[in-house]
Design a protein around this ligand. Structure first.
Ligand code: SF4
Length: 328
């Protein structure tokens, strides 16, 4: 018997997996990575280690255009910020449902806890999510199973319902006690929360949505640098350190405009969209504003990627108040 688990890396998903593995069921943990995920090889290794310690296997699933489509137009709307949790869960579970056959699994589990979150974890919502994902009766939530309808795996006695739980609400204490009794330690997951639940970040996403620029590549870029909207069709991203400058350069696409200070240490700017003379001038002033020794005029190079040739302008650093008007 095999099950797939939605695996965020957090404690609840670890507990759900462990409860099912302890019943002699093989579990494949699915970790979904979106353009907004804070994910790299190091994090993948941490996750793989955790899953292996529990006795499961890890599979990473990358979501791209289908995630973007969902974010642009979530059927069940957004949460408190720009988090389309219901649609997001449905999307991940639809992927899990498709993978069941391919991986030979008979059901899916999640670490969801009834009423833990305001909108997406009410009983009716949990039912709505599993129906819309095509998993009615096949989605088991081990941490709250005793408060929910019996699922097919429980009815068929693949899983013993008696040793599952009835967790309900926002308190985390029952999970901590259970982790202790199951011998699960070091369960902190460094990824932090979903960026779409952080209001200060959502302004950047809102800007992309408003200007019809919401693509996987543009969402990826929201995680780095300072962002400035200079016109309806042009925005500038400015690196905050050498690492970001390099990442910005690596992400340049054809016809993007690259701004760099000449002969002085300073940030790299990536202009996306149609750069008219005014956008180029303001972008150069912004770059000059973040360049060291910025007394007086600064020379800034402007080149259209992937061309090697550039023009050089000499500009004064932008005024602080003017800068604020453009900041996203
Ligand atoms: S918190 Fe973020 S990742 Fe989690 S379901 Fe909501 S939108 Fe998706």
């Amino acid at each position: 018997m095999k099950a797939l688990a939605l695996f965020s890396g957090g404690l609840d998903s670890l507990l759900a997996m462990k409860l099912i593995i302890n019943q002699g069921i093989e579990v494949i943990a699915l970790h979904f990575v979106t353009p907004l995920s804070n994910f790299d090889k190091n994090k993948e290794e941490i996750l793989r280690k955790k899953v292996t310690e529990l006795g499961g296997q890890l599979k990473i699933i990358y979501l791209g255009s289908d995630y973007v489509q969902m974010l642009k137009n979530p059927r069940f709307g957004y949460g408190k910020n720009l988090n389309p949790c219901i649609d997001c869960k449905i999307l991940m579970l639809k992927h899990a449902a498709r993978l069941m056959e391919e991986l030979g699994a008979s059901f899916v589990i999640t670490g969801e806890v009834l009423a833990q979150r305001p909108k997406s974890q009410h009983k009716e919502t949990l039912i709505l999510i599993e129906k819309n994902a095509g998993l009615a009766g096949l989605l088991l939530r081990p941490l709250s199973a005793k408060l929910l309808e019996e699922t097919f795996p429980e009815k068929e006695k693949w899983v013993n319902r008696q040793v599952l739980f009835n967790f309900n609400g926002r308190s985390r204490n029952p999970q901590f006690k259970l982790a202790d009794s199951l011998g699960i330690k070091n369960f902190a997951w460094p990824a932090g929360g979903c960026l779409l639940t952080i209001s200060s970040f959502c302004g950047r996403v809102e800007d992309l949505l408003k200007h019809d620029e919401c693509t996987s590549a543009n969402l990826e870029l929201l995680k780095i640098g300072r962002h400035f909207r200079l016109s309806k069709s042009f925005k500038l991203i400015v690196g905050r350190n050498e690492k970001e400058n390099n990442e910005i350069l690596k992400s340049a696409a054809d016809r993007d405009v690259i701004f760099e200070p000449l002969e002085l240490p300073g940030p790299t700017g990536l202009g996306k969209g149609f750069a008219n003379e005014s956008a180029k001038a303001i972008s150069s002033q912004i770059i000059a504003g973040y360049t060291s020794k910025n007394n007086g005029a600064i020379k800034v190079t402007i080149r259209v990627f992937p061309q090697a040739s550039s023009e050089t302008v000499s500009v004064a650093p932008i005024d602080e108040n003017k800068l604020k008007q453009f900041r996203i």
